[in-house]
Design a protein around this ligand. Structure first.
Ligand code: ATP
Ligand code: MG
Length: 240
């Protein structure tokens, strides 16, 4: 599927969070990188349909406006927000079933079991989410986003708080997932991006500052590593 964003903006009163974002996503892993406040979550929330973009913004799935597609558009989306939205009193299993119902999915018992195994929460499936560690909550949020194998998976800082082993598991899950689908992932962990992104979108002040594959960006900016490129764009030498 092709997800096309044309001149997508978001203002909060006079403050601009996203400023004329234009980009076309197809299959593969797209990483959003940029400083705090660059507009990554705003962009992801808009794509996920959680918040509305300003008038004049256009989002098109295979050429059709998402305003017209409505619920059909949402059925193609899986979303893991930056802030976990778990129900503390629900068990992991109950939460997955609840999300499955919200997504209008049927007969998901075996898929839920498989996903919980993949994120290594199957043995904890009857425990309440409120008692989970930060990393366990992250993993459950990842599992719910993947439920129903959505064509477009949006993950806002999914690896924040994961231990190194879980990050590797996460990478493998996303890599296997993205072969025919679109994954849009934001992270501040540069090594995660280098390891798995097909395309990197560097954002600054609600706009695209640079985009391309890791190797293309390094060549363009004459850098040997992504971190060096990031510091070239955002690091204030005198302050560090
Ligand atoms: N509900 C809101 N009301 C007012 N301003 C907001 C709101 N949400 C976001 N903003 C502003 O929009 C800008 C972009 O925020 P956003 O959360 O999209 O950044 P981000 O790139 O995800 O940052 P981070 O790396 O910290 O997660 C920031 O200046 C932020 O203060
Ligand atoms: Mg954010």
């Amino acid at each position: 599927m092709t997800l096309e964003l044309k001149n997508v903006s978001k203002h909060y009163k006079k403050k601009s969070a996203l400023n004329g974002f234009t980009y076309s996503f197809s299959s593969g892993i797209y990483a959003l990188l940029g400083p705090n406040g660059a507009g990554k979550s705003t962009l992801m929330n808009i794509i996920a349909g959680v918040i509305d973009a300003d008038k004049g913004s256009g989002i098109f799935l295979d050429g059709k406006s998402i305003d017209i597609l409505g619920d059909e558009y949402r059925s193609h989306i899986g979303f893991m927000p930056q802030k976990s939205a778990l129900m503390d009193s629900f068990s992991a299993l109950r939460f997955m079933k609840y999300i499955s119902g919200l997504k209008g999915l049927k007969n998901t018992d075996s898929e839920i079991g498989e996903l919980l195994r993949k994120v290594e929460l199957f043995d904890n499936r009857n425990e309440k989410c409120g008692g989970f560690s930060g990393g366990m909550k992250q993993r459950l949020m990842l599992a719910q986003a993947m439920l129903g194998s959505p064509d477009i998976l949006i993950l806002d800082e999914p690896t924040a708080g994961l231990d190194p082993r879980q990050r590797v598991i996460f990478r493998n899950m996303v890599r296997g997932y993205s072969e025919s689908k679109t994954v849009i992932v934001s992270t501040h962990i540069v090594s995660d991006i280098e390891a798995q992104a097909d395309c990197i979108i560097i954002m600054q002040s609600g706009k695209i500052a640079a985009s391309g594959s890791n190797s293309a960006l390094l060549t363009q900016y004459g850098c040997s590593e992504l971190e060096e490129l990031y510091m070239k764009l955002f690091g204030e030498k005198d302050d560090i």
